[in-house]
Each structure stands twice: as structure tokens, then as C-alpha cells.
Design a protein around this ligand. Sequence first.
Ligand code: ZN
Ligand code: ZN
Ligand code: ZN
Length: 351
Amino acid sequence: MTDQGVDTLLLSVGHDLPYLTGYEAMPLERLTMLVVPRDGDVSLVIPQLEAPRVIEQPGVFGLVPWGETEDPTAIVAKLASGARTVAVGDQMWARFLVELLPQLPDASYRRAVDVVGPLRRVKDDAEIEALAAAGAAVDRIARELQSGAIPLVGRTEAEVSAHLSARILEEGHDVVNFAIVAAGENAASPHHHAGSRVIREGEIVLCDFGGTMAGYCSDTTRCVVTGEIPADIAEAYEVLHTAQQAAVAAAEVGTPCEEVDRTARRIITEAGYGEYFVHRTGHGIGLEAHEDPYIVEGNDLPLAHGHAFSVEPGIYVPGRFGMRLEDIVVATDDGPRPLNASDHLLATVDG
Ligand code: ZN
Ligand code: ZN
Ligand code: ZN
């Protein structure tokens, strides 16, 4: 906070609060707010009825419960009074901020990610193992998909998505975050919403799925073809596979995030598919499925030991097919450590 010139940090719903305190606020209209002054005691302003859910940590924060007829914003404003620069969490509800603004008229505001992001994006050993366990769990599902144990032909994308979701929970996740299933031409839309489209023989099926397990997220993408692999798909996939592996290998400590993106993009562009790679190469992952650091052109942040992120280039040819290959990778002092190990080749399944 001193480095960033922040006087008071305000964190409400979202993941910064549980990261720092172990307490996750219910995403409801009653205000919960951690008030962190640069110097002085930290307060957790919390609805009285939620206070029993907090595991108290004297020395870290004090509880300030508010009753149903009190104005919690006034309590926060009082605790933050005198602050010139206030940093607020990305996921704080607009209504809390809108109510707070007139009560702290002299303050200027900025994003708390400048303070909390550098802490959260470096994972410690326990966090890396939590990500690895979640990754291993979705790998077991990916292998089922690749072995043909998950039926595809004749089912709708939505049915396969429901199947993947059930398996994500069975494999120990607490929540399913997404289970994208996109068949044939639908795979050309990177975040396609699985629908009533029936999967046919001889087409690519893109599956991108993940959840949250013991607080940490998984996220992997594998593609399979139902039957014989069409020549155009085989050719593009070979380029994608080479690009993804090169980008993983480039993810050394000290390498700028954008250089990992460039590594994948260069290979895909040189093979003539550049215009079909329409998104960044990856995103950080941890408590959130998408968080700092982003693997994108323009992000010159050098990778550090403990940075965890996806490497997921894709090739999307509108009206024809789409494909993506995604692993979670941790930058370590011993080199890039992929947390997904299911087969990277394009599997053929009978359906
Ligand atoms: Zn995505
Ligand atoms: Zn994904
Ligand atoms: Zn991802």
C-alpha cells in the first residue's frame, strides 16, 4: 500500500477478502467490507447475522458487526475517514461504492488489484499443490473423453456438458465453473454455449471444462474427433499442438508474459492461421478461474516462480471448425511445470 500510495483498501465480495482473511462474504445486498488502513487496525464490517460464520483472527482483523437498522456505509466511511486514496476490490458491488462516494467526497479511487494482485498471483507451495490436485482431477475426465468412455455421437452438446459437469463434481470439485462442449462449426466460437446441436460422426468436439476444488480452480481443453480425422483439421491441429508446446516451454521465470503469447502466435501465424487465433494465449488462475497474470501482448510482466496461468492457443475457422489446447502451467525456478498431463494429440473416438 505504501508503494502504491494507497491509504485505505476496501474489499467486499469477491476473492481478495477470502485470500487475506479466510472469510468469503455472501454475495448479497447486506454490506460486508474489510477496511484496511495503511497504518492502524483492520476492521471487518459485517452484517450481525453473518458474524457467527467468521473465524476470528485477533491480530489480523477486528469484527465490526452492524444491525439491520444501521447504515453500514457510514460505518465504513468513518473507518476510512481522512483517506485520500482509496483502493476498492474489482468485485465490490457498484451499489456499495455508489453509496460510499458521497460519504468520502475528498478521496480518489483506484483498483485494489494494484495492491492485492502482486500478492495473489504468486502462489505458494500449498496453493500450487491445490492447483495440481484440481488439474489431476480434470485430467482423469479428459482421459475418459479421449478413450471414448464418454459417449458423443448422437448426444447433444448440452448432454455431454452435463455429463462432464457431473464428472467434475464426482472427481472432488465443489463447484463446476464451466463445461464448454462445441461440435463441428460451433467450435469456431471460443466460448460457445453448449446447446441442442447433436454431435455427428466425423467432426471435431472441443471440450473446455473446469471447476473449483478446495478453493482452487482447474481449467483444461482437449479436442477429439468422432471417427476419421479430416485432413484440414489434422493439419491445423498439428500447428496448434506445436504452438502450444512451444509456448509452455517458453514460460520460464523471467520471460515476459507477452513473450509466451508471441511464441504461440508466431508459430500459428507462420503456418497461415494467424487470423484465426482470435484471443490471448492465457490467463492466470488460482482462487479465480481468470485472474492475474494475463498472457497477452502488452503485458511485459516477467514471469516469477509461483505464477500459475493457462497456455491455451486456439484456431477458429468460422463456419468450419475450431480447436484449442489448454494446460495450466506454473513458472518455477526449475522451469515451466504443466499441471495437466492428459494426451495432447487429437484423439479419435468411435463415439
Ligand atoms: Zn476461456
Ligand atoms: Zn479453459
Ligand atoms: Zn482457460
